[in-house]
Design a protein around this ligand. Sequence first.
Ligand code: GLU
Length: 427
Amino acid sequence: MVKINETKMKGKKYDPFIEATFQYERAANKLDLEPWIYNRLKHAERELTVHMTITRDNGKVETFTGYRVQHSTLRGPGKGGIRYSPDASLSECKALAAWMTWKTAVLDLPLGGAKGAVICNPPEMSECELEKLTKEYTYSIKDIIGPQKDIPAPDVWTNAQTMAWICDAYSRYVGHFEPAVVTGKPVCLGGSLGRSQATGLGMYYTLLETSKHLEFPLEGKKVAIIGYGNVGSSIARLLHEYGCKIVAITDLYGGIHSKNGITIPELDAYVAQRKTVKGFNKHDSITNDELLEMKCDILLPCAMEGMIHEGNADKIKASIVCEGANGPTTTEADEILVNKKVFIIPDILANAGGVTVSYLEWVQDVQRIFYEEEEVKNRCWKMMQRSFWDVIRVSEKHKTDTRNAAYILAVQRVADSVRLFGKIGRN
Ligand code: GLU
């Protein structure tokens, strides 16, 4: 029998891994998992820390630290992005790797969960430095990644170019072109059509299903978005085209709001040049805290972990929160939102469009057969739709909120595999 709150220590500084473990424990408890299965899934299979030394453009030699954590490779190769960030840490990587295991399981993909990171600050680095660092990092983790072992992908501050460098370094190591070692590559190197917009598209599909489930038409609804990178901008475009009013957006440098709605295609042209939404069209400025508190129908957190917390959750007025980021809501905040009857589309479902199309990219690379964009979108739509209703059914069956339901569904699927493989001879 698993004790709830075993890991969560109230009053402690925000720690993503403690959050992730608590979410897992809550679902494991509901399922009354056997202790041996519970313990096996609580910890990552492997946590690798690496150090890479490169010569910077100014001639100075610098050492960087990176990680690759494989939480589970039980149902298939580890799968998950690599993020570049000055705030990256092993604890964050462990949380993100576990979230990937649950995400691939919610979607019932034949993949496990993993995550990587390098502590660095890309906006302050040249293209050449980033290429060197990426290739050194790839070399450092080369023995534990591969098309049948663990398949990285883009995440915060990494993109198709980063994946092309990883593909190059890995291909040279194995002695032949191996596109299936990473997903989110440029299309000309075996990337999938539709991959770059896939996370936003997946969020959009979950919102369409939510609209049916709650009988809540999306037309004219007010939307606020935190984070305007790849995910935030793709979902903004789709909802704007659908007829929603995007009333506020913030990014790393500032934010804008407009009661009448922001014109997204014009904003995108502006962001392409200025790299920020700040200052667009003389709209009034807004901070993250103000955005969270403003009157809107749908809130889309698409930036980092822990941005919805105990201190601001109560002030949220949106009736739907669709999580584009991984882990944007702390456990305390989650409880507040659930009590306020906010409908949450949890991260492991809401942002799973990215890994779903990554899965399709891997399938295409392994077979060397490539799909039209329509086919990719259709397959992704069907998989997201099926998973959404799976989560709703579990939430009705267990009389629980959607986040806990998504975890119950995922933990059940992975636990069933562990049980079938048996206790002996595996760690
Ligand atoms: N980084 C994305 C995520 O957190 C995509 C992972 C992938 O495609 O493997 O879901």
